[in-house]
Design a protein around this ligand. Structure first.
Ligand code: SF4
Ligand code: SF4
Ligand code: FES
Length: 527
């Protein structure tokens, strides 16, 4: 909205003078100076019906309090958001909403992240004047996984508007009028939609809850980490919620170039289930017929010695679920041995587009880093196992679980290195060195999405056992071979990639920022 051609309007909010572009609402203007006006029906990704009256503020000269979510600023306007007049108006709105609201906070999933709880606390609502019994409306499923607690609903209509304006599938409605109002489908049956869980995210109270998350952690128990969804090549920005080294939920994080305020339901379950199962926790080195668990220095020395013996040119099967930093490390190890080629396979599924924000779609490629793997010289293939089976030189496998590898796979390789998080029969029978690697949630890194946007993800969980990212262990081997430097952090590993690749030239963890940046070959095509 801020553009040089848009006229600026001078206003005063809570005694602070500021200039904002014409057309800005009072609520948006206030946020520029750090004043957050309470709201329920307002959501930045939806239309503004001004139905809840929670955002009332005093505007000097106006006959009554104004809804700041729709009232645009006027030149010379003087606004007060926290004076007795404005607080009294908001108090009345809250008191009205609490007339029939149950005292559910101790058992409500939204406790700790509920706007009704926050505002009731802020306005000092300690008791009720209501002496009548509360109206009880009950609860019901609106989708197979989403439960609607009608008594908690503040009828803000965010869920109705999400389904209407963003999903473009207007299945939800306000049924009845007055104190009998509730939200439901017109047919009284549950609906299914690939982006349905966004209605839980937009609900400002605990009226819509995800049944898979119900009664699990309290919101304040979750460690929150900014990350990127690994569920497909779209690269939606998410916030991971983790407790006791387990991811319990993912919520969308705003990125106007990728996913706006939304994400799909597939991504939410992909995040929670990613990397589940028994893990490899220690490095291993072959000792005759058996694999011996060893410490890192012995594992890295064994790999260095084996590579010094010139076992032959390198082929690889990698994973497009691995980070750019990990893929680059494998590529460098392969270069040291002589790069012969590397491939990866991609699991696919049907696409689903979010019609109201069509740039966001659940992509057919159900892995996050296809583009990143391709930019590092790895090729997508239908059957990389068959192509690598008889290789006699050096064989690197990165995070491909080799579940369908035939008996004897890797047996001809002079050096077979398996870098992964889970054990499999082929690695157990034939690998010479096994290096345990973290999942995307257990290490920092970057993915490059379908259109070439490079985005950072943070570490949400402790990596189990002695697990280490391959950029760390691989660079130690390269340093011992005098073919590179030991890399100490993910940021340094990314800087090493940016220094070697024209596609990533000039990028760093610092300048990728909140919304990522485009690789060189995509930057011109996609702003
Ligand atoms: S269910 Fe939640 S989002 Fe929907 S109208 Fe009620 S309070 Fe608003
Ligand atoms: S569209 Fe893809 S990246 Fe986005 S949430 Fe869904 S699975 Fe994850
Ligand atoms: S947020 Fe302004 S009226 Fe609801």
């Amino acid at each position: 909205m801020d553009s040089e051609s848009t006229p600026q309007i001078n206003i005063t909010i809570d005694g602070v003078e500021l200039s904002v572009p014409k057309g800005t609402t009072i609520l948006d203007a206030a946020e520029r100076i750090g004043v957050v006006i309470p709201r329920y029906c307002y959501h930045p990704g939806l239309s503004r019906p001004a139905v809840c009256r929670m955002c009332l503020v005093e505007v000097e000269g106006a006959p009554k309090p104004q809804p700041s979510c729709v009232q645009e600023v006027q030149d010379g306007m003087v606004v007060r958001t926290g004076n007795p007049e404005a607080r009294k108006a908001r108090r009345a709105a809250i008191e009205f909403l609490l007339v029939n609201h149950p005292l559910d906070c101790p058992i409500c999933d939204a406790a700790g992240q509920c706007e009704l709880q926050d505002y009731a606390f802020e306005t000092g609502q300690l008791s009720t004047r209501n002496v009548e019994p509360k109206v009880v409306l009950g609860r019901d499923h609106v989708t197979p996984d989403i439960v609607y607690f009608a008594d908690r609903c503040v009828l803000c209509t965010r869920c109705v508007r999400f389904m209407d304006e963003i999903a473009e599938d207007p299945v939800l409605q306000v049924i009845n009028r007055g104190y009998k109002s509730f939200i439901d489908t017109m047919t009284d049956e549950v609906f299914e939609h690939p982006f349905s869980m966004n209605i839980v995210d937009v609900c400002p109270v605990g009226a819509l809850v995800n049944e898979n998350f119900l009664f699990k952690p309290r919101s304040w128990d979750l460690d929150q980490t900014a990350s990127v969804c690994p569920g497909c090549s779209q690269g939606c920005n998410v916030t991971l919620g983790a407790k006791e080294d387990k991811i319990l939920r993912a919520k969308p994080r705003f990125n106007p170039h990728v996913n706006s305020y939304w994400m799909c339901d597939h991504g939410r379950s992909a995040v929670v289930n990613w990397g589940a199962g028994e893990r490899i926790e220690v490095p291993m080195v072959r000792d005759g017929d058996r694999l011996a668990p060893v410490d890192w220095s012995r594992a890295l020395q064994a790999l260095t010695d084996a590579m010094r013996g010139k076992p032959g040119t390198a082929r690889a099967i990698v994973s497009a679920g691995a980070s750019n930093e990990s893929l680059f490390a494998v590529r460098q190890l392969m270069n040291a041995a002589g790069f012969e080629g590397g491939e990866f396979r991609v699991s696919t599924g049907p696409e689903s587009v979010l019609k109201g924000f069509p740039k966001l779609r659940l992509r057919a490629d159900r892995v996050p880093n296809v583009r990143g793997a391709e930019l590092l010289g790895f090729q997508r293939a239908d059957d990389p196992i068959a192509n690598a089976s008889g290789h006699t030189g050096t064989l690197f496998i990165l995070e491909d679980e080799l579940d369908d590898a035939p008996e004897g796979f890797g047996g001809n390789a002079a050096l077979f290195v398996y870098i992964g998080s889970k054990m499999n029969a082929a690695a157990r029978n034939a690998a010479h060195v096994i290096l345990p690697s973290p999942t995307f949630a257990e290490a920092e890194g970057t993915f490059t999405n379908y259109e070439g946007r490079v985005q950072r993800f943070g570490q949400a969980l402790r990596a189990p056992g002695l697990t280490r990212p391959i950029w760390m262990s691989g660079s130690a081997v390269l340093a011992q071979l005098e073919a590179g430097e030991q890399l100490r952090t993910a940021g340094v590993a990314f800087a090493a990639l940016a220094a070697e690749s024209n596609e990533y030239a000039g990028m760093s963890y610092e300048n990728l920022g909140q919304h990522g940046a485009m690789v060189a070959s995509s930057a011109a095509a996609v702003p």
